[in-house]
Design a protein around this ligand. Structure first.
Ligand SMILES: *Cc1c(COP(=O)(O)O)cnc(C)c1O
Length: 392
């Protein structure tokens, strides 16, 4: 594993499976579970993650058609839903790969219907309802219901699902999420009254799941919590035992003494007020280590917390190892994860910065290979730079 000493990520696939199992157990018995694996599985690697959990989930959610096709190429057969818009000239391909689109205009439905007809297929779609996020979706109005009726009558379309999305289900004040949920519920009744019965209504994201908002419908969309991270620090994990799946490591490449008055890194934003020992580590913002953590973040070396000194550079960062007597070149550096009884969680690390957990994990760049573990055993890797993907 020497070639990965520079900077690498470990993904504990069992932790992800565990988090989903815990989630499933907390929900009503027949609840369907959609695993949200957009953005390359929140940086964890969508393919190995999806393959490992396919048997315990009902759906996969992605953000682009390409993300969906990639899953199909690697053998995922369960339903896949795209949660965002795709360009018109991609509709055909989405039907070919049996990937569901989120539909929220009549024109979109007409075009999908037309393409499906030419292929002699019936395209399953999910109707997006905008209950307040103002991102995508039909407004829950009578006019929208009439359009949805029109779509429902199209010969080559099946409205398999209907869904909405909460904008603030991760806040301690749940008033708006409850309002959104009520709007959605009422709109479902309107659809039912018109004879439209989508099989799968869904609303909850991770925060909704934890706060029990939208958990009365048929499916939930589980994103951040499947990776073992809380949606925000205002959400009560309700004693659920989530385990972070991602840890990130780097290596000490150089150690030296600096004197009081010397500066560190670009812009000389750190000036030593005493003599100190500093270590250069091989990770930088080009790896996705947010530059906003300059002079704020910290790492663990031999279990000891070492502050970042000065600006994080593109490929390297300098940290204070004055308190780590035995620090030496070649030592492992924990960027995220555990070391000798101490740990760094993504929430702690990003807490008082301008980045946050979701952005941090999605931002881990392709220069950082992902190594996969099951039951503490290494089972394979994804090396984005060499474009190598192996699961033993
Ligand atoms: C990303 C996304 C989710 C997952 O959100 P989490 O907070 O990560 O659980 C669910 N639904 C939609 C529509 C999304 O865009």
């Amino acid at each position: 594993m020497d070639s990965y000493k520079r900077a690498y990520a470990k993904v504990d696939l069992d932790a992800i499976k565990h988090n989903l199992t815990v989630t499933k157990k907390s929900l009503k018995k027949d609840m369907k579970l959609a695993a949200v694996v957009k953005a390359d599985g929140y940086g964890h690697g969508s393919v190995p993650v999806s393959l490992y959990i396919e048997d315990i989930v009902d759906f996969f959610c992605v953000a682009t058609l390409e993300e969906g096709i990639n899953l199909r190429y690697h053998g995922i057969t369960k339903p896949i839903l795209i949660l965002a818009c795709i360009p018109r000239n991609s509709y055909k391909e989405s039907i070919v790969f049996d990937i569901r689109e989120s539909v929220f205009t009549l024109e979109q439905a007409e075009k999908i219907n037309e393409e499906a007809k030419q292929m002699g297929k019936k395209a399953a779609i999910h109707i997006a309802i905008d209950t307040g996020m103002n991102r995508i979706g039909f407004k829950p109005t009578k006019k929208s219901a009439d359009i949805i009726k029109e779509i429902n009558d199209m010969e080559n379309i099946e409205i398999e699902g209907v869904f909405t999305h909460f904008h603030s289900a991760d806040e301690s004040d749940l008033t708006s999420a409850k309002e959104q949920n009520l709007l959605f519920t009422n709109f479902l009744h309107t659809l039912h009254d018109m004879g439209i019965y989508p099989k799968i209504a869904h609303a909850s994201n991770s925060a909704g799941i934890l706060n029990r908002i939208g958990t009365e419908f048929d499916m939930v969309r589980c994103g951040i919590t499947m990776y073992g991270i809380a949606p925000s620090n205002e959400v009560n994990l309700n004693g659920l035992d989530y385990r972070p799946a991602l840890s990130i490591y780097s290596t000490v490449t150089y150690i030296k003494q600096i004197n009081a008055g010397e500066c560190v890194s670009y812009g000389a934003t750190f000036v030593a007020d005493k003599d100190m020992r500093v270590a250069t580590i091989s990770i930088g913002y080009a790896d996705g280590y947010p530059r906003d953590l300059s002079n704020k973040g910290y790492v663990l070396i031999h279990g000891v917390r070492c502050n970042i000194l000065g600006k994080i550079c593109m490929d390297q960062t300098i940290v204070d190892v004055s308190a780590v007597d035995n620090a030496k070149i070649g030592d492992r550096v924990v960027i995220l994860g555990e070391s000798e009884g101490n740990k760094i969680t993504v929430d702690e690390l990003t807490g008082d910065s301008n980045t946050f957990s979701y952005e941090f994990i999605c931002g881990i760049n392709k220069r950082v290979p992902r190594l996969y573990y099951c039951k503490d055993k290494y089972i394979g890797k994804k090396d984005y730079i060499r474009d190598l993907y192996t699961i033993i």
